[in-house]
Design a protein around this ligand. Structure first.
Ligand code: PA5
Length: 435
């Protein structure tokens, strides 16, 4: 069973013949992606990546991760943007809610660095590294991104002080380009174990390369199932040229239609705190892919019911340029019922015997009805449960939808020229040679 999409609560906001009107454009975008004839076609390695993943590489990653689990209580993943969001999204989605405090946890605590420049954050991290055994993955495709490079300089020094240069080498894995960049140079000079990020896979589409798979495997999660789920999506659902039979192209179509009718902001909604970082990954995927040439749907994210008590008011009654895409998980992995209380002083006995997920689902249905009444079109994507296989499907679904959606919007979904602007200004201020 794969993920499904329901657009019935978005269609009433569009003219009647909308789906047929967008069919030629969407199906042409699907064709452009599949035949590699569009802009950015040198970055399409991700399209057939799941089905072509080398099992020997998966085995190497799994064995390497097992070694890290043996020697490290804390595993630090250094990277930013596409070089960290995918791993963090999957790890948070599939790991227990409070990993630092769960006595049942048998894997290293995964921490992240180099995704910000905060002095306090990194000083705290170095203090933690003093107190626990550590392993590190440093991830950068270009090998020259400032944030992870600064973090790695600090962390490398910490490891060398703690374990000596030879000991540190055993604990560091570099994931970078096959031949270019400062990180590759350091990895070669130091003799680190390395994994290659394929040339034709851009950062935000790289979660199913070693960029995502290595940290996910260190967290003890099933990378084979993750890739298997993505491969199923690639080879079955996304193969269909008929956009109504392909959930990813249907999603691309409906969001483009809503955009053309004035809905410029898409809010990804989940009802699972485990999915906060998946929302962040999705925001980067769509934001960095589509926000170009003065166009693009602004990707925002909320976690309900938490944010119904912060953003709910705005979504219900604020400016009407929004649509929501709910990512719904049908079944929980654990069970918990509301207990009966004979005194019923809190008046909650009407819920006694119901599971929390039943209450959460009714909250989802009720919120959807209220927001649609309030003028917010609603798309619903659902997966049967949160496991590696269905998460793999979901990652590929979003990537594929993003490629088709970007082409339909008339931009190149695989470059990010605008990211350079802040770097130029920052380097000028910091006195980097050449700026
Ligand atoms: O998606 C992208 O291409 C970016 O978000 C990059 O992943 C990010 O800028 C980090 O780049 P690098 O991996 O070269 O350090």
């Amino acid at each position: 069973m794969h993920i499904s999409i329901d657009i019935s609560q978005a269609l009433p906001f569009l003219p009647e013949d909308s789906l047929e009107s967008i069919r030629p454009g969407i199906e042409a975008s699907w064709d452009t992606l599949m035949t590699g004839t569009g802009e950015g076609n040198d970055f399409l390695g991700w399209v057939r990546l799941p089905s072509q993943t080398d099992t020997a590489q998966l085995k190497r990653i799994r064995e390497h991760a097992a070694k890290m689990r043996e020697i490290a209580e804390v595993f630090v993943v250094i990277g930013i943007g596409g070089s960290y969001l995918g791993a963090r999204a999957v790890n948070d989605a599939l790991s227990p809610s409070f990993p630092a405090l769960m006595k049942s946890r048998k894997t290293p605590l995964i921490l992240y660095a180099g995704e910000n420049l905060s002095e306090d954050y990194h000083a705290d991290l170095l203090e933690v590294m003093d107190n626990y055994s550590c392993g590190v993955a440093v991830i950068s495709k270009s090998g020259t991104t400032t944030e992870p490079a600064v973090a790695f300089r600090l962390i490398k020094k910490k490891l060398e002080t703690k374990y000596g240069r030879e000991g540190a080498r055993e604990r560091i894995i570099a994931i970078t380009d096959a031949s270019r960049g400062a990180l590759k140079k350091i990895a070669d000079a130091e003799g680190y174990e390395t994994y290659v990020i394929p040339d034709d896979v851009g950062g935000r589409y790289s979660v199913l390369t070693p960029v995502g798979l290595l940290p996910i495997a260190v967290a003890g999660l099933d990378i084979e199932k993750l890739v298997e789920g993505a491969a199923e999506m690639e080879q079955v659902a996304c193969k269909s040229p008929d956009f109504m039979l392909n959930p990813a192209t249907l999603y691309a179509a409906i969001r483009n239609l809503l955009y053309r009718h004035g809905k410029q902001t898409e809010i990804m909604v989940t009802y699972q705190p485990h999915l906060v970082m998946l929302t962040e990954w999705w925001k980067q995927l769509f934001g960095e892919s589509e926000g170009k040439k003065g166009k693009g749907i602004f990707p925002a994210g909320v976690t309900f019911t938490t944010d119904l008590h912060s953003m709910g008011q705005f979504i219900q009654e604020g400016v009407r340029h929004l649509f929501e895409t709910v990512l719904s998980v049908e079944r929980p992995n654990r069970e918990l019922w509301v207990p009966d209380d004979p005194e019923n002083n809190d008046g909650l006995n009407f819920l006694a015997g119901k599971s929390l997920s039943e209450v959460n689902h009714q909250a989802e249905i009720g919120t959807r009805l209220a927001h649609v009444d309030g003028g917010v079109p609603n798309i619903r994507i659902s997966i049967p449960c949160l496991d590696a296989y269905h998460l793999g499907q979901l990652l590929y679904f979003y990537e594929f939808a993003c490629g088709v959606s970007g082409y339909t919007l008339g931009i190149n979904p695989f470059d990010q020229p605008g990211v350079e602007a802040y770097k130029r200004k920052m380097f000028e201020l910091l006195g980097k040679p050449g700026y």
